[in-house]
Design a protein around this ligand. Structure first.
Ligand code: NAP
Length: 287
């Protein structure tokens, strides 16, 4: 029996969708903290179990009879390490054999606050736990691009603190498909995979592609983090959010998200979505 945590969220829910293609629903469990958000899973016969990463006894209860767990990492700005340790400890106590953890890509040693710090600590804790582990170092979601450049095509300029850095963007659903494939195949004991798109793109590339799709000049200009944050705050964004997005820019600038790996492509059996395809479907689908 496989248990997927974060099953009411994007990655967890999409992973269950892919699992259901070739695994009977009765062999899939979903850990959710709010059962009322999981009616789609109940309807499809998935075994829904209520628990919270902060509530250790609920986690031990939810892990009963489970062989394999996909721990979908907790959200930033909460005590991620405490939550992850609770899940790992509960898995061990309940007799789970193998735990997969969704970490973040690290193509360089840049440490992003609120994300990489707790991912590194979680990986260390997991490896010392005695459980069989598989670490999935997920690339930056294509879906996160709109946070960086806006949900409308920029008029003429993209201002972002990513320097000349590149990102090997990957669609979350393609990460989910790759994750489901890993969960249902053998040979991943104590292994680590970096799951990315097949190409890495700079913000100049993004500006160039948008420009060619929209038919007007759009350029990218690097900006420093304080100026970027001030501009976002003036546009109405909470400062903490602006700072967090800026940190992703800094991560890109320092190469953390730049490496390309062919694991997703091999698991999908095709090239993952390219930048141009993603921009088309996101910004131009209604035209
Ligand atoms: N690689 C990237 O670009 C990227 C970007 C953003 C985030 N991430 C990381 O990847 C994770 C998955 O991404 P996502 O897009 O699926 O995020 P998401 O849609 O926000 O889903 C997060 C899931 O975690 C659950 N959760 C949060 N706190 C919990 C708790 N205390 N106990 C039990 N469940 C809890 C949420 O439950 P509710 O539905 O009840 O809220 C939700 O199901 C994120 O949590 C974050 O760590 C990666």
């Amino acid at each position: 029996m496989i248990l997927i945590t974060g099953a009411t969220g994007g990655l967890g829910n999409e992973t269950i969708n892919f699992l259901l293609n070739n695994t009977p629903a009765g062999e899939i469990s979903a850990l959710v903290r709010d059962v009322s958000k999981a009616t789609d899973l109940v309807e499809r016969g998935v075994n829904v179990r209520q628990a919270d990463y902060f509530d250790y006894p609920s986690l031990v209860q939810a892990m009963q009879g489970i062989d394999k767990v996909l721990l979908v990492s907790a959200v930033a700005f909460t005590d991620r390490l405490l939550q992850h340790r609770n899940v790992i400890d509960a898995a061990k106590e309940a007799g789970v054999k193998h735990l997969f953890y969704t970490s973040i890509q690290r193509s360089t040693n840049f440490v992003m606050q609120e994300v990489t710090e707790s991912d590194l600590a979680t990986e260390t804790y997991l490896k010392a736990s005695g459980l069989i582990y598989t670490v999935l170092k997920n690339g930056y979601y294509f879906e996160g691009l709109t946070y960086m450049i806006g949900s409308e095509v920029p008029d003429s300029e993209i201002l972002f603190p990513a320097g000349e850095g590149r990102i090997a963007f990957v669609k979350r659903a393609e990460l989910a498909a790759a994750t489901a494939a890993l969960l249902t195949s053998e040979g991943h004991d104590n292994r680590e995979y970096t799951l990315t798109g097949s190409e890495a793109y700079s913000f100049h590339d993004i500006a160039r592609e948008l420009s060619s799709l929209v038919g007007r000049p759009i350029t990218y200009k690097n900006t420093e983090i304080p100026a970027y944050v001030a501009r976002q705050v003036a546009a109405g964004f909470p400062e903490a959010v602006a700072n967090f997005i800026a940190q992703w820019g800094a991560s890109a600038k320092h190469g953390m998200l730049a490496g390309t790996h062919d694991t997703v492509e091999r698991l999908l059996g095709r090239k993952p979505t390219s930048l141009r395809e993603y921009l088309k479907e996101t910004y131009f689908a209604r035209q």
